[in-house]
Design a binder for this molecule. Structure first.
Ligand code: AHG
Ligand code: MN
Ligand code: MN
Length: 336
């Protein structure tokens, strides 16, 4: 790391100046999201001392019991973002429908989507969790704002990122010009650039999938994992390692750092759902980050970023990470 410290703010200002990647409204938006992540990080760190652990008494639109931190993180993001004039509306895993910026505030042209707290099952056990976000532009010329305005393919994102609350709090961002990572300096209270031009190696010997679902998988996924498990004696001729954190943010962060493949495929438990993960605020932002770092992301058949969403909380099968491995799994699907 260089001795010159570049803050998140300075990085954004320079990006704005150099190649116009970041209009000023978008810069404000990203700064506000970073500030919200800082306060979520604060709450996560306090844990039991802040009374933030454990379940709430409510369910979200996906029928999942909400954790206290799911609700806290959702509120922090809304309160931070609603008044700045940069947004038209927000959408979240924890809200049934879109949240339109109230009339008392000016309306901007951006749309913000988020998974306020990813990895909810890890909150109470002190394992890494995070926040995932995706930014779209409201389509030109539409009056007001509706759910329809959000239904854009991931390729239209103008910014995407996540913040992982782990041993360090790290904010990871793309605005379409590569991937940069910023580590939270708690004493200074600011995010500092610690990694630029992040690159995922094209090959890997590490895969991430919830193996307990093996009996429910489709044949191509089973074939791929079987071949990994066969190790040096199998068709791949090398031994593989496995990791599954059960926080997508933490698994993707590992892949951006040292490579690997992550899969949450369709399975027979709920055959009518395309997968477990949500397209618009989990798969899309993560897929764009991974592609921007030289990796790939598909649903087994097509590029995730090309999928036209039909509804806000749509689910999708996810295969992402090191390019050659993702291509291999995708080929197995096409051959099947
Ligand atoms: P969330 O906590 O936002 O509902 O997301 C959890 C997701 C994802 O982060 C993780 O990869 C996956 O669920 C873990 O699922 P399993 O418990 O089925 O392994
Ligand atoms: Mn999630
Ligand atoms: Mn969540």
């Amino acid at each position: 790391m260089s001795t010159k410290r570049i803050s998140f703010t300075r990085y954004l200002v320079e990006q704005q100046r150099v190649d116009g990647h970041i209009p000023s409204q978008l810069r404000l938006l990203l700064e506000v999201v970073a500030r919200a992540c800082k306060s979520i990080s604060q709450a996560v760190n306090k844990g039991d001392l802040g009374g933030v652990l454990g379940a709430a008494t409510t369910e979200n639109v996906q029928g999942e019991v909400q954790k206290k931190l799911d609700i806290i993180a959702n509120e922090v993001l809304i309160e931070a973002n609603e008044w700045g004039g940069h947004l038209a509306a927000m959408a979240s895993e924890e809200m049934d429908s879109i949240y339109v910026v109230p009339n008392r505030y000016p309306q901007g042209e951006y749309l913000l989507l988020f998974d306020p707290l990813d990895g909810s099952s890890n909150i109470d056990v002190n394992v890494s969790i995070g926040t995932i976000f995706s930014v779209l532009k409201k389509p030109d010329g539409s009056a007001g704002v509706s759910e329809q305005d959000f239904l854009q393919a991931g390729a239209h994102q103008v910014a995407a990122g996540y913040c992982v609350y782990g041993p360090q709090t790290t904010l990871v961002l793309t605005v379409g010009d590569g991937v940069a990572m910023f580590t939270l300096d708690r004493e200074q209270g600011s995010f500092v650039l610690t990694q630029e031009n992040v690159q995922i190696p094209a090959d890997t010997k590490e895969f991430a999938i919830n193996m307990s679902n093996m009996r429910h998988w489709d044949a191509p996924v089973k074939r791929y994992v079987d071949e990994c498990l066969a190790g040096t004696e199998g068709p791949r001729g090398k031994d593989f390692n496995m990791r599954w954190i059960a926080s997508m943010v933490a698994d993707v962060h590992r892949i951006l750092t040292r490579g690997g493949i992550f899969m949450y495929p369709w399975d027979k438990r709920e055959p009518n759902k395309p997968g477990k993960l949500r397209l618009m605020y989990e798969a899309n932002p993560m897929s764009w980050l991974v592609e921007q770092a030289g990796g790939a992301a598909t649903n087994g058949r097509e590029r995730i970023l090309d999928i036209q969403p039909g509804k806000l909380h749509e689910r999708v099968s996810v295969i992402l990470g090191s390019k050659n491995e993702v291509e291999r799994v995708t080929t197995y699907h096409r051959e099947a």
